[in-house]
Design a protein around this ligand. Structure first.
Ligand SMILES: [Zn+2]
Length: 417
């Protein structure tokens, strides 16, 4: 969508609509309307069978993290809960990247789907493997090649070497016999960047403290064309191997790219800003070969983990929100009166407007007049409402070129910077 640029600060306009005009009119900020980013990357999350019962929530979280970056539009394809699902046939070719949230014990995909996926990857597709997704499909050789390393499901020396870093920073490939995959009790642990030139890790601090998670160790697999981007020390205090285990890997498969992180056991593990950042950037890289998503300011430090609490979306479905915004556009195409605003105020999603006293209402009318209805209508039309989310205390609008968030505190919506 094209945005007009010089006239209006979108953030302020939407804050008028959603938050009510509680304060003075803000100065226009032209810098807030930088060039719109390129077309969105289309991504597909596949899920449906995972020994981690939290998976429906972590799928939503991953979808949210990708969309929040402003780079992706995300679809989800879910299999039946048990057994091979004969109807699971996503059209992979429609997507630049596929993210797996399957887990241990997931039933094989139908042969036709497996073939289509291998072809998609060889042709230059993208794949992202998170946590127990590397437990899945031990009997599928091409899949094992794509993911580089895997665990459980009978994986052993026949699957490939153990791969890790030793205390001198050497990558070791160990062919000795033994099962693939285990972990000790969950804990916070440090993640050390080993490849500082890879697009996914470039510019990250050399080390960060990851939120509580399972530290996967002794994964094994073909590990062909695999680069280890980051490792974590598996401390014997937590039944660890005493080795530096891979925590982020990139794998080339045919013309395709794979990003693999064994992190992400639980919702609280995925809330780690380090995880979110690696996941967003790894997915962008798997899709395009480049990374444009910046490293956020709240990135964890070597000593301090940082989490962003995730609240599930509660209120409006996208189509209902869509209808409401259309209604608003309809109202605003007429003359702006106190009635118009009273009508807007009647919509319970815009709660703070209800609280408008007369003086506030007058100020709002003045503001609407000043900015002129047609401009406001343009902004509302430019809202891609499928990308708007209402949570209990948070409203997020993905308005090119940035995401705008409002937070509700004591019943009033505030613009969140
Ligand atoms: Zn787990």
């Amino acid at each position: 969508m094209r945005l007009f640029r010089n006239s209006i600060c979108h953030v302020w306009l939407i804050s008028v609509v959603v938050a009510g005009l509680a304060g003075p009119i803000l100065a226009q900020d032209e810098n807030s309307a930088t060039a719109a980013s390129d077309e969105k990357i289309s991504a597909l999350i596949v899920d449906g069978q995972n020994n981690h019962g939290i998976w429906p929530k972590t799928t939503k979280m991953m979808k949210h993290y990708l969309e929040e970056s402003g780079r992706f539009q995300v679809a989800v394809a879910t299999t039946n809960p048990k057994g091979t699902d004969p109807d699971f046939k996503p059209d992979f070719s429609k997507y630049s990247v596929v993210i797996s949230n399957f887990g241990y014990g997931a039933a094989p995909w139908p042969d036709e789907t497996k073939r289509a996926f291998v072809e998609y990857m060889k042709d230059g597709g993208g794949l992202v493997i998170v946590h127990a997704a590397d437990n899945s499909f031990p009997e599928w050789p091409e899949f094992n090649e794509m993911i580089g390393l895997g665990g459980w499901g009978g994986r052993n020396e026949k699957s490939g070497p153990y791969v890790y870093y030793d205390k001198d920073g050497q990558e070791i490939r160990d062919e000795s016999a033994g099962p693939g995959g285990n972990h000790g009790p969950q804990h916070e642990f440090s993640v050390v960047i080993r490849d500082t030139d890879h697009p996914v890790t470039k510019g990250l601090p050399s080390e960060f403290l990851h939120s509580k998670d399972e530290l996967y160790q002794q994964l094994r697999g073909p590990a062909l064309n695999m680069k280890i981007l980051a490792t974590s020390f598996a401390d014997p205090k937590f039944r660890g191997t005493g080795r530096h285990e891979p925590m982020a890997m990139s794998i080339d498969y045919g013309k395709g790219r794979v990003f693999h992180t064994p992190m992400g056991h639980a919702d609280y593990s995925c809330e780690c800003v380090g995880f979110i950042t690696l996941f967003q950037r790894g997915t962008e890289w798997a899709a395009t070969g480049n990374v444009t998503i910046p490293i956020p300011e709240d990135f964890p430090t070597a000593d301090q983990s940082r989490s962003r609490p995730y609240t599930e979306m509660t209120n409006l479905a996208a189509d209902e929100l869509n209808n409401r915004i259309k209604e608003m556009i309809g109202m605003l195409e007429g003359e702006i009166t106190a009635d118009t605003l009273a009508n807007l105020a009647g919509q319970d999603q815009f709660e703070s407007l209800k609280e408008s006293d007369e003086e506030k209402l007058e100020r709002m009318i003045e503001a609407f007049r000043t900015i002129k209805a047609p401009a406001l209508i343009e902004v509302l039309k430019s809202l891609d409402v499928s990308k708007a989310e209402f949570k209990e205390n948070m409203a997020t609008f993905d308005i090119q070129p940035r995401t705008v968030r409002f937070q509700k505190v004591d019943g009033v919506w505030y613009l969140q910077n």
